[in-house]
Design a protein around this ligand. Structure first.
Ligand SMILES: *Cc1c(COP(=O)(O)O)cnc(C)c1O
Length: 355
């Protein structure tokens, strides 16, 4: 039986997507060729790329609003650099909510003045700063919607006239937002959409072309737009699996449907973390992520017992990030409610065993 996969990334994908993807590795489209041995310029693959881009825009409600969807490579980490390369003229504002935001800041500093509007580094990123001000003359404001490592999530985004840029790697397609508030959204595929190797970038085309510097071709959003994400050979497998996952999501009822499931899963787990005296959460309640729930044992001596119990229950991937410790249960879109129920049952069983 498949394990209950709570991995933070690369993460669980729908079983039916994995099945379709493995069939396509052998025989894609009944062409008697593998998906990964055909030309990316073939009609069959061009159709995949187009469908993936269209599904992304459709699910986010961004069709016909001046946005382009790109599938690039280099992970979200390369976007830290590309965003600044393409958009930073003089000054950019960044919200520092954790490891990933911090890395984005490091890259952007090379391109202009960087204003860190607020940071939660003082408390190991266990909350989302609020009430900060964004300089109105900034070229853009960059934030990270979900801190995958600490388990915090922005529930609100600032009202500002400054362009909003957001790293949504670990919660894109998980909840309803007014995505048209953002001028640029990026996400590494491997958290909530597909295998590693593709990065989705959603970009409002009219924000481009405003920097003076020469942009290397591979880092130039405009070139990737003009070439329909095929300036060079795209990561065909990652794009294909992302397309299948987006289609799976659409067939289920899209983001409104999955948001409800995600809320149920998160409520189930956080309720147990709060109720069970053997566990406690480690981030501010109002900022808790629905995707990555972090918690610790109140009595560390129970670690070996608890670890053995969840392993025996078929649970995988709940060890906390190496920088945080404790536990982190990642509940991405494809994780079923019964996997969360299994974890909660183990937590209850641990409590009974101590009584
Ligand atoms: C995982 C993650 C990244 C890094 O993604 P890569 O694709 O490995 O570069 C960046 N931002 C967030 C929020 C993440 O969760």
């Amino acid at each position: 039986m498949k394990k209950h996969n709570f991995s933070a990334g690369p993460c669980i994908l729908p079983q039916e997507v994995l099945q379709q993807a493995s069939a396509a590795i052998i025989n894609f489209n009944n062409d008697d060729l593998s998906l990964i041995e055909i030309s990316h310029r073939s009609n069959s693959f061009v159709a995949v790329m187009e469908k993936a881009r269209n599904l992304a825009l459709e699910l986010l409600g961004l069709e016909n609003k001046g946005y382009k969807a790109l599938f690039l490579q280099g992970g979200a980490s390369l976007e830290f650099l590309m965003v600044a390369y393409n958009l930073l003229n003089k000054k950019a504002a960044y919200l520092n909510t954790g490891t990933w935001a911090d890395k984005a800041i490091i890259e952007a500093k090379h391109f202009g003045k960087l204003v860190e509007v607020a940071s939660s580094k003082d408390k190991k990123y266990n909350y989302i700063p609020k009430g900060y001000e964004i300089p109105t003359d900034a070229d853009y404001f960059h934030c990270t919607s979900n801190n995958t490592v600490a388990g915090t999530q922005m529930k609100e985004f600032p009202e500002t006239n400054v362009s909003l840029v957001c790293d949504m790697s670990s919660d894109i397609f998980s909840r309803q937002l007014d995505f048209s508030k953002f001028d640029l959204i990026y996400a590494g595929a491997q958290k909530n959409m597909g295998p590693a190797g593709a990065t989705l970038v959603i970009i409002k085309e009219d924000i481009l072309g405003k920097v003076e510097r020469h942009i290397p071709s591979m880092l130039d959003y405009q070139i990737h737009i003009d070439k329909d994400s095929m300036y060079n050979t795209p990561s065909v497998f990652a794009v294909y699996v992302s397309m299948l996952t987006l289609q799976w999501l659409k067939d289920l009822g899209g983001i409104p449907f999955i948001e409800e499931v995600n809320n149920k899963k998160a409520a189930l787990l956080y309720t147990e973390i709060d109720r069970n005296p053997l566990f406690k959460g480690i981030v501010a309640r109002e900022d808790r992520s629905t995707m990555n729930a972090t918690f610790v044992l109140t009595d560390k001596s129970l670690k070996d017992t608890f670890d053995k119990m969840w392993t025996e229950a078929g649970i995988s991937g709940i060890n906390g990030h190496r920088s945080v410790g404790g536990y982190r249960a990642s509940m991405y879109n494809a994780l079923p409610l019964y996997s969360v129920q299994t974890l909660v049952d183990v937590m209850k069983a641990l409590e009974r065993a101590q009584a």
